[in-house]
Design a protein around this ligand. Structure first.
Ligand code: ADP
Ligand code: MG
Length: 224
């Protein structure tokens, strides 16, 4: 966060936001920042295929809107092709955007998606948000809030009180989601934003939840 302030940035890069998450015990996909194609291939080999490639640029907040995210890259040739393609997409969108590099990350298997967020209320301080991903948040606004810091009981209540909760209990071929892992993320997010009141907004979107564990695939942090 101090690096962002030093550079006059209000929003953390995904690498920076995920490093903060790791510091607070929030699980994220393995990642490495590549500065050129050869480095990207080397990172992908270390992480293991398939990988996801993403643009890292202080000028780009919504990466997929500019063709800055490609999932399911299967081999070294794919990494090289996608690396070039992402730079081209971003340049087409904003020819002058400063580009930090390309983030290579572990591809998390698809599963139920949830969102954990935090916003700072001028009166009550940071509040924690929870909901299921995609249409549940965007269309149905099926989310719940608590003022931070939250207790373990509150974290569990948040999870069970959204309307989409039955989806987390398992249905048809989908096993029950690890709600304990989600509760831990809620508690750790609460700790993070309570320790860092300079955070104006935090968004872990999406978090993929499994039978055992969960993984944050995208993290955004905006500073005051
Ligand atoms: P944006 O800045 O557009 O929100 P994201 O990092 O969220 O970019 O990527 C867009 C989408 O790509 C995510 O919502 C998710 O569905 C998918 N995705 C991103 N990273 C991964 C990953 N590591 N594993 C699996 N899917 C991913
Ligand atoms: Mg996202």
């Amino acid at each position: 966060m101090s690096q962002a302030y030093k550079e006059g940035r209000k929003s953390l890069l995904e690498t920076e936001a995920k490093t903060v998450c790791i510091d607070y015990g929030i699980p994220v996909t393995k990642f490495a920042l590549a500065r050129n194609e050869a480095e990207a291939v080397e990172c992908a080999g270390r992480i293991g295929y398939p990988v996801v490639l993403k643009i890292v640029s202080p000028a780009i907040i919504h990466k997929s809107d500019v063709g800055g995210v490609v999932v399911g890259v299967k081999d070294a040739k794919g990494v090289r092709d996608v690396y070039r393609q992402i730079l081209k997409n971003v340049r087409n969108h904003d020819a002058k955007a400063r580009i930090t590099g390309i983030l290579v990350q572990e591809m998390a298997p698809s599963s139920t998606e949830v969102i954990v967020g935090a916003i700072k209320d001028p009166q009550f301080g940071p509040a924690i948000m929870f909901g299921l991903g995609g249409i549940f948040v965007e269309v149905l606004k099926d989310v719940t809030f608590r003022i931070a810091p939250i207790t373990e009981d509150e974290a569990c209540e948040m999870i069970s009180e959204v309307k989409a909760y039955p989806l987390l209990e398992g249905y048809r071929n989908t096993p029950p989601a690890d709600t304990k892992a989600i509760a831990n993320i809620l508690l750790n997010t609460s700790r993070l934003v309570t320790d860092h009141l300079e955070i104006k907004e935090l968004d872990l979107n999406p978090i993929l939840v499994y039978k055992n564990g969960a993984k944050t695939v995208d993290a955004r942090i905006i500073l005051e």
